[in-house]
Design a protein around this ligand. Structure first.
Ligand code: GLU
Length: 299
């Protein structure tokens, strides 16, 4: 049975792009009689706030998107991540990294990745173990990874060219996103990962990490991003495209669902509806792979 999930980071308001991802994931589960869960990715201590996460859950509920299981908060799961790190250390795959952000910018020659950092070139690979209180990276095996995207088909990516060895534990004591996401998808039995195209470049790296931890590979779908009406990135305008801000301007959750459902190929026209009304029309074959623009009247 398909188990899907939406895993936002509680660092701000969910905008139409996030909501579109959540809806697609929910529809994919519902259309196949599967289950769906919400997970709060709040490992990045200082940037994540419980109240923002609670607000995200309320906005999702306003659209009818609620988790079939109690919502997991990653900040409660440190022991599980620590155990995964210990297993990787037991296999000899971890090494301490002493590089600063500045070192990394000076060292790398490959193009910038989405987060503005370049792939880690492996400078500290030869360092000997200094304990769990250091920044830790995992040594990934060389070579490309072949994987399949539900929207864009077969992909071949080399983690070395995209991320390099990922950081799994940070000097400030936080577990890193790559570790938490892979461990939790495995622990929760997630079989389908739907997320934004901005995370496509980290998928091969996460697959390598799943393999290192002996976890199964879920199916992947990376949705095109939601852009401003003129095709530019939403940037700061995204804040005005949440359930609350749109609602304050008289746009109902049903109208948002109509537009989102239409943008996912479930409807011929954006017509106000409930999430349930979209299930029957959902089919990955009809979901457009490219970017989608917000209606001009909503910005
Ligand atoms: N927490 C990540 C984000 O909000 C998403 C992680 C994922 O879907 O794999 O960008």
């Amino acid at each position: 049975m398909l188990l899907g999930r939406f895993a936002p980071s509680p660092t701000g308001v969910l905008h139409l792009g996030n909501l579109r991802t959540a809806l697609a994931s929910w529809l994919s589960a519902r259309a196949t009689g599967g289950r769906w869960l919400l997970r709060m990715e709040d490992v990045d201590g200082p940037r994540c706030r419980r109240d923002l996460g609670e607000a995200q859950l309320r906005d999702l509920a306003a659209l009818g998107l609620t988790s079939d299981e109690p919502v997991a908060w990653q900040s409660d799961r440190s022991a599980v991540y620590r155990e995964a790190l210990e297993r990787l250390h037991g296999a000899g795959s971890l090494y301490p990294c002493a590089c600063t952000r500045k070192d990394l910018q000076l060292l790398a020659s490959a193009p910038h990745s989405e987060d503005g950092l370049r792939p880690y070139p492996g400078r500290c690979r030869g360092r000997s173990w200094e304990g769990f209180d250091r920044a830790l990276r995992v040594r990934l095996p060389e070579g490309p990874v072949a994987w399949e995207d539900r929207l864009t088909g077969p992909q071949v990516d080399d983690p070395a060219a995209l991320t390099g060895d990922p950081l799994l534990f940070r000097r400030d004591g936080c577990f890193a996103y790559h570790l938490a996401v892979v461990v939790d998808d495995g622990a929760q039995g997630v079989t389908e990962v739907v997320r934004g195209a901005d995370l496509r470049s980290v998928t091969a790296t996460q697959i390598r990490l799943q393999e290192a931890l002996g976890l199964p590979r879920p199916a992947y779908a990376h949705l095109g991003l939601v852009m401003a009406p003129d095709g530019s990135r939403l940037g700061k305008r995204a804040g005005a495209l949440g359930v609350g801000a749109l609602g304050a301007r008289g746009i109902s959750p049903e109208e948002m669902l109509g537009w989102l459902g239409w943008s996912l190929g479930c409807l011929d026209q954006p017509e106000a509806c409930r999430a349930e009304d979209l299930v029957q029309g959902f089919d990955w074959a009809r979901v457009p792979a490219g970017e989608i623009r917000v209606p001009g009247a909503w910005t």
